[in-house]
Design a protein around this ligand. Structure first.
Ligand code: PAF
Length: 280
């Protein structure tokens, strides 16, 4: 595996591979790799000649300085994991390499970033879009792989590709869960032992929402699940919503023609966790 920290080395090396006609599958990450990331990488590896991974904790997508400070950074362990999936190229730049100058691009994602994560983390998706555009310019992948856990991020990235007219195929991959149902996330390692035991409540409650959809209308179900989270003293609910999977706007009635996803963000102690489940 080649490990590069500069844009120049990366573009030069990948340029050669591209000239040899090799297809490039790309998995952008912020490191602290887990089985969820590795499943994206296995998929990218299978579908392409070359697997490129980036590890960059992107400061401009954090709206909270404390969150950025405590985000896990585990480069050595990550490199070992990348070897197990036969990653060909790791691009791991520092902040000066990615942002030698201040960036002030403002994207217009319409209503997509006004709800859920976008409403609670102002500027987050703009920061994600800026870094993903820059990474796509550097790597120029044929396909890029993103997990469905970050459901709203996926919608934003598809929109970004449309706005910027980027010739890349966006591939979405299912959420990978721990045996007890907790969605895999780099943030899980910040949970203490007690919190880790409590955390599966999130997915259990989402499953309950899915089960009840045949027995109860959308609005009362939304309220019931909100009450469920708010009634659990261990969690602080940021949002729970049931949304159209394309527009991300709340739905008020079931419609089998409209893809529908229930999404949640909660705090468990000092750790913010998100998850979602497909309802329709
Ligand atoms: O999902 C993530 O890990 C990040 O938001 C991404 C896409 C790598 C951009 O920093």
């Amino acid at each position: 595996m080649k490990v590069f920290s500069t844009i120049q080395e990366t573009t030069a090396y990948l340029g050669k591979l591209r000239n040899e006609g090799k297809s490039i599958g790309f998995v952008p990450t912020m490191g602290a790799l887990h089985e969820g990331h590795l499943s994206l990488m296995r998929c990218a590896k299978k579908e392409n000649d070359v697997l490129v991974v980036s590890i960059f904790v992107n400061p401009i997508q954090f709206n909270n300085a404390e969150d950025l400070k405590k985000y896990p950074r585990t480069l050595e362990g990550d490199i070992k994991k990348l070897e197990t999936v036969q990653c060909n190229v790791l691009f791991a730049p520092d902040t000066d390499e990615m942002y030698p100058e201040k960036v002030d691009r403002q994207y217009d994602f319409g209503q997509l970033d006004k709800v859920m994560e976008g409403a609670f983390r102002p500027g987050h998706f703009n920061g994600v879009a800026i870094v993903v555009k820059k990474l796509f310019d550097i790597v120029q992948p044929d396909s890029a792989y993103f997990g469905e856990k970050d459901f709203q991020q996926l919608a934003i990235i598809k929109k970004l590709v449309e706005i910027e007219n980027i010739p890349v195929q966006i591939v979405s991959c299912p959420i990978v869960r721990e045996p007890d149902g907790l969605a895999m996330s780099s943030r899980n390692r910040l949970l203490n032992e007690k919190e880790r035991k409590i955390a599966p409540f999130i997915y259990q409650t989402l499953q309950e929402a899915k089960r009840r959809r045949h027995h109860i209308c959308a609005n009362p179900l939304r309220q019931m699940i909100i009450n469920r989270f708010e009634g659990n003293e261990h969690f602080r609910l940021e949002y729970f919503d049931i949304v159209d999977d394309k527009t991300l706007q709340p739905i008020n009635a079931w419609n089998n023609e409209v893809g529908t996803v229930a999404c949640v963000a909660v705090w468990l102690g000092d750790v913010r966790l998100i998850d979602n489940i497909r309802i329709i």
